[in-house]
Design a protein around this ligand. Structure first.
Ligand SMILES: O=C(O)c1ccccc1NCC(=O)[C@H](O)[C@H](O)COP(=O)(O)O
Length: 219
């Protein structure tokens, strides 16, 4: 079970995730107008502090293809996480982005899990390397950082209908992640709100508890 944790802002956060056995660490680089955004330079410093077994993820809510590619080049994550609204990037644009990136860099497309999300996932199945099945909120730009769960039965249908590995997100916590894993059977799980201590710091105990509970769900 892959465990992905957002949004890291300090090297201490990286060490807390590493000590807890987290696999993917995510940042909102590029000084975006998001709660835990950091600069590209800060993001690269955090990535240098990761252990060899961890993969780095960087999100963008940008919708312009050239701007997205510039961001990917500047931050150089292992996984580029696209989280503008679903209709803001076409299938062809995501294909274009993925083909323009270095082969070693994956694309993760966030989807807002609502009615119709299964059809959208099927259309995107061949152009993205990962799905991040999430919950959107009007309070934050893009898809995610809501702290709210969605209808896990729709996420389960996406897991069954597509080949792309799914990371489940949206309101997951140490208390509900075991049940979520059992309900959806994803390749991985993600948390921001309920493993944080305020908007800009991770809570090491919550990160550890989340990681253990996620893996318990897949045993
Ligand atoms: O981290 C952010 O600031 C952020 C902003 C906008 C979209 C996504 C963002 N984070 C990336 C994630 O994928 C979150 O970890 C995911 O949405 C889960 O959020 P939560 O429901 O708060 O656990």
């Amino acid at each position: 079970m892959i465990v992905q944790i957002y949004s890291l802002t300090t090297v201490d956060d990286v060490h807390a995730c590493s000590n807890a056995g987290v696999d993917h660490v995510g940042v909102a680089a590029g000084n975006q107008d998001l709660p835990a955004s950091i600069s590209n330079e800060e993001a690269r410093t955090l990535f240098e502090a990761t252990s060899d077994r961890m993969r780095t993820v960087a999100l963008t809510v940008e919708t312009d293809v050239d701007e997205i590619l510039d961001y990917a080049e500047a931050v150089d994550p292992d996984i580029l996480h696209l989280c503008p609204d679903v209709d803001a990037l076409t299938v062809e644009q995501i294909r274009e982005i993925n083909e323009a990136l270095p082969k070693s860099m994956d694309v993760m497309r966030a989807l807002d899990v609502v009615d119709g999300a299964v059809d959208i996932a099927e259309q995107l199945d061949s152009v993205t390397d990962w799905f991040l099945l999430d919950t959107a909120t009007d309070a934050v730009e893009g898809i995610g950082a809501s702290g709210e769960t969605h209808d896990w039965s729709i996420s389960r249908r996406i897991v069954e209908a597509t080949e792309t590995p799914v990371i489940l997100a949206g309101g997951l916590s140490p208390e509900n992640v075991t049940e979520a894993v059992e309900a959806v059977d994803p390749a991985g799980v993600d948390s921001y709100t309920h493993t944080s201590a305020g908007e800009r710091r991770k809570d090491p105990e919550k990160v550890r508890a989340f990681t253990e509970a996620a893996r318990a769900g897949s045993e």
